[in-house]
Design a protein around this ligand. Structure first.
Ligand code: SF4
Length: 324
């Protein structure tokens, strides 16, 4: 039997190139080999969200992008975290076996406290417990993660071990599956591509929007005039060209170093390649968007299928904990 994979992603609305290569491509590849649960973790989003007004639209836009890109609801269970209420029950039960010291040492918790000392809420501290509950509610055995999330998964494994040693072997210990695609740097050339840094390109953008975004990208600051030789190795446009024009990168590097190509032309070629790459995706997305009820049906079906697994786990947990 195929192993079960649990993947969680916060509802971030229309997806960008970093989401596509860092998450969506993984969902598409994993569904061929594993029994996948692809979850939009809306409750996690509440730990840092100031407003929830766009939450439903963000969920819908994100799932639409997944579906148009090739995540297949026949192969994967696509669900929204809060649509299966057993998650909150398991979160509470697991919190009883989780020492507070384990949660306070998690690096992302420390970072968030530094960034936002006015909003250190209870949910933020308990984030790793909720993440553990997400995985084990569906008996997830494999969790795709980036390097930066390994400490979270280690905490999840510790919570599972603590629960199993106290109440008996109920949960499999989840294993990390490191995602291999390199981090996509944003158009500012400084930080990871993200909406909050406004350095992203949405994959559903029109060719015109893509051109506009790419034309604003940071390049080699030493190239003031077209005749200045460039340094492709430090240029973010070049790193994107490695992905979207792989057969031309050597030529581009040489032309950049000898100042035969200017940044305007180089960006134009990149923008066209990105627009072409996502052309079939845009077409499929437009088709799916004509059926506004489709995304809702997919996530309702996901909740039904996920609930069967969730109810069975909660029964087992309550029996093990002598709560029934
Ligand atoms: Fe970057 Fe291209 Fe300009 Fe060279 S020519 S600095 S690779 S944008």
């Amino acid at each position: 039997m195929a192993k079960r994979v649990f993947s969680g992603a916060r509802p971030t609305g229309r997806q960008h190139i970093g989401n596509y290569f860092g998450h969506i491509m993984n969902l598409i590849a994993l569904q061929e080999e594993y029994d996948c649960f692809d979850c939009v973790v809306d409750l996690h989003a509440l730990t840092t969200l100031e407003s929830t007004v766009t939450l439903q639209q963000d969920i819908s836009d994100m799932v639409l992008d997944w579906l148009a890109a090739g995540v297949d609801p026949e192969k994967s269970v696509i669900l929204v975290q809060s649509h299966v209420p057993e998650i909150t029950e398991l979160h509470l039960l697991l919190s009883m076996v989780t020492p507070l010291s384990w949660l306070l040492r998690v690096p992302t918790f420390k970072e968030k406290v530094k960034m936002n000392p006015q909003n250190v809420n209870y949910g933020l501290v308990g984030y790793p417990v909720l993440m553990t509950a997400d995985i084990v509610l569906y008996k997830g055995e494999v969790v795709p993660v980036g390097e930066d999330q390994l400490p979270h998964l280690e905490t999840a494994r510790e919570i599972v071990r603590r629960f199993n040693s106290t109440f008996g072997d109920v949960f499999p210990e989840p294993q990390a599956k490191l995602t291999e695609f390199p981090m996509i740097v944003g158009l500012d050339g400084r930080q990871k591509m993200s909406k909050s840094a406004d350095n992203h390109i949405e994959i559903a953008s029109s060719p015109d929007e893509i051109r506009k975004r790419v034309s604003s990208a940071f390049t080699d600051p030493q190239r003031v005039r077209k005749s200045d030789p460039g340094r492709p190795e430090i240029c973010n446009v070049y790193s994107l060209r490695r992905i979207f024009t792989p057969d031309k990168v050597e030529e581009v590097a040489a032309a950049c170093r000898s100042a035969e190509i200017g940044c305007v032309q180089c960006k134009k070629e990149l923008a066209e390649a990105i627009a072409d790459y996502f052309g079939p995706f845009r077409e499929r997305r437009e088709q799916l968007a004509q059926r506004p009820e489709y995304v809702r049906e997919v996530i309702e079906d996901g909740a039904r299928r996920a609930s069967v697994a969730a109810r069975a786990t909660i029964e087992e947990v309550k029996t093990a904990m002598h709560l029934k």
